[in-house]
Structure formats: C-alpha cells, structure tokens
Design a protein around this ligand. Structure first.
Ligand SMILES: *[C@@H]1O[C@H](CO)[C@@H](O)[C@H](O)[C@H]1NC(C)=O
Ligand SMILES: *[C@@H]1O[C@H](CO)[C@@H](O)[C@H](O)[C@H]1NC(C)=O
Ligand SMILES: *[C@@H]1O[C@H](CO)[C@@H](O)[C@H](O)[C@H]1NC(C)=O
Length: 281
C-alpha cells in the first residue's frame, strides 16, 4: 500500500513538473517574424518549424525585450546537405549601435560537421567570433542552447556545458551589452560566408531546409519602460552571486571545451584589430 501511494505521488509530482517550464506554448512569449507560411506551428504551439526555400528563409521573435536572464531554446538544425544554411538563435537590441548575442549554426556538406559560431556585439561593434565543433550531431536530436546574462558575465551553454564566457570589463573599456534585447531565431541564406569561408554554396536540390525549435518559456527580466535597473535585482536567481562566475566544475568543463573543441577564437586572431581585446585578458 505504502509503495503504491509512493508511486502515485511520484506520478503526480512528475506530471506536475512535466507540465511546467517546457510546456509553455509559443504564443505566450513569441510571435512569427518573417517568411510567412515558412513559420509552421506544430504540436499545439509547443514546437516551431522554420523553413527556407529558394525564395525566402524565415524567423520568429519574442514579444518582449529583456535585460537579464537565463534564456534557453531547444533546437534541431537542418540535416543532410546544409552547406550555406545558417540557423540562428540570438538576442538583439536592434537599434543603430546595437547589442547582440548570437548562436549561429553553420551548415555543411552532407556528412561534414556543423560549426557552432557565437558572437557578441556591444554598442554596434561585433568582430568577436568564436567557433567550436560539437561533440554530438545537432541534426539528430534537440539540444538545449542557453544564454546567461547578468551584470557580471554572459555565458553561452550547450546543454549544461559552458562554451563561452564574456566578462563585464566595461570599467576597463571592454564591450558589454547594456540595452534591452529581443530574442530572435532565423533560418537564412549565409552562403556568402558561412561554410568554408563562403566557398561552399547552397545546393537547392535539398530545399526546403528545416530547423525545429521547442521550449518557449522565458527565464528573463522583461523591460517595458525606459529603466532596466530592476533587471539587476537579486530577486532574479540568475543575478545572484553564484552566477557571477562559473562554479569550479563548470570552469573545468569550459576549459576542456576551449582546449578540445574550439576551432577559432577572435581573442587569438593576430590578424584582426584590436590586438588584445580587453575582455580576453
Ligand atoms: C525554386 O524552387 C521551386 C520548387 O522546387 C522551383 O520550381 C523553382 O524553379 C525554383 N526557382 C529558382 C529561381 O530556382
Ligand atoms: C558592468 O559592470 C559595471 C561595474 O563594473 C556596472 O556598473 C555596470 O552596470 C555593468 N554593466 C552592465 C550592462 O551590466
Ligand atoms: C546537389 O545535390 C545533387 C544530389 O546529391 C547532386 O546531384 C548535384 O550535383 C549537387 N549540385 C551541386 C551544385 O553540387
């Protein structure tokens, strides 16, 4: 009897947890962006498919702007031959001197691995690319891609592994995003640059290309008026001291990613000014 009751409770709690978080429908926080019918709502709005054909790509975006948070999106990128096709999950302030945080999956010829590029713009200046190869096939399954953003650091994660840390060194002249940003996704034609420096073009035989997205709950502080100070409050878990730097075990994982999987890092690119970006020290 006791064990039956226990099973029942496990079932109840499990069901409750499963209904939270992940199950928020798209319309609650997001809206279609561009590409018209190429933004397809699946499974009662719990999954979105973006398509790109030879006349257009597509995208969607959050309804709100945010100024801190621990954002996430579950993504499965287009399979088969995806050279020149870019799947992006990013945040942007979309003004003249814009701030931006990017995940960009750079498609590749069939059988060759995707590169995952990240970039950070502050005050209109980007040129902060890093690229890694992934330790799994991102076309086979959904994986969780996350961005932590507080006043102290911005961390990009693949599942629970940090792949990039950008510290706030604005007091030393380093660039750091400081404006409310919208969350965006897109599937677009990047054949001029994305694959092998633009040498590998899109093979339209494989169109339409399709990317899939899930997980439309947003852990972020949204901004409606001019002020964003309230988004720095430690009322929000992601602003608390334990998120000001990586925990030691996460630091070890991050160092392993840099050592093993990083294929390009602007911090070490001597051909590109400035020679020693402050935030890389
Ligand atoms: C675009 O794709 C459609 C459907 O595959 C095809 O009929 C059309 O000819 C293509 N257009 C161009 C400009 O390649
Ligand atoms: C960056 O850090 C400084 C303190 O060094 C802080 O005053 C500022 O608000 C932070 N900037 C952002 C955009 O979080
Ligand atoms: C595109 O893919 C098709 C099917 O694999 C192949 O026959 C064709 O040669 C490819 N086109 C280009 C330009 O590579």
């Amino acid at each position: 009897m006791d064990s039956l009751l226990y099973l029942f409770l496990v079932f109840l709690v499990g069901g409750f947890v499963a209904c939270g978080g992940q199950e928020v429908s798209f319309d609650q926080n997001y809206e279609d962006g561009w590409g018209g019918p190429r933004v397809l709502h699946l499974n009662q709005g719990k999954e979105i498919q973006l398509s790109m054909d030879n006349s257009s790509g597509s995208g969607f975006r959050s309804k709100m702007n945010y100024a801190s948070g621990f954002f996430h999106m579950r993504i499965r990128v287009p399979g088969r031959d995806s050279a020149g096709v870019v799947t992006a999950y990013y945040m942007s302030s979309q003004d003249n001197q814009h701030d931006e945080l990017d995940f960009e999956f750079l498609g590749n010829r069939e059988g060759k691995p995707y590169a995952l590029q990240t970039n950070i713009y502050a005050g209109g200046r980007g040129d902060r690319e890093q690229r890694i190869r992934l330790w799994f096939d991102p076309t086979a399954d959904f994986h969780n891609y996350r961005i932590l953003w507080n006043q102290h650091q911005i961390v990009f994660y693949v599942d629970s592994i940090p792949i990039r840390v950008h510290k706030n060194k604005s007091n030393l002249g380093g660039g750091y995003p400081s404006k409310p940003m919208q969350i965006l996704t897109s599937l677009w034609n990047g054949e001029s640059w994305a694959t092998d420096g633009g040498r590998e073009k899109i093979n339209w035989t494989y169109a339409p290309f399709q990317a899939h997205f899930q997980g439309f709950d947003v852990r972020g502080c949204h901004v409606t008026g001019p002020g964003m100070e309230h988004c720095y409050s430690d009322r929000y878990g992601w602003n608390r001291q334990k998120f000001w730097q990586l925990a030691p075990e996460k630091q070890r994982l991050y160092e392993n990613v840099k050592r093993t999987y990083m294929t390009y890092d602007y911090c070490n690119d001597k051909s590109r000014p400035p020679a020693h970006p402050v935030e890389c020290e």
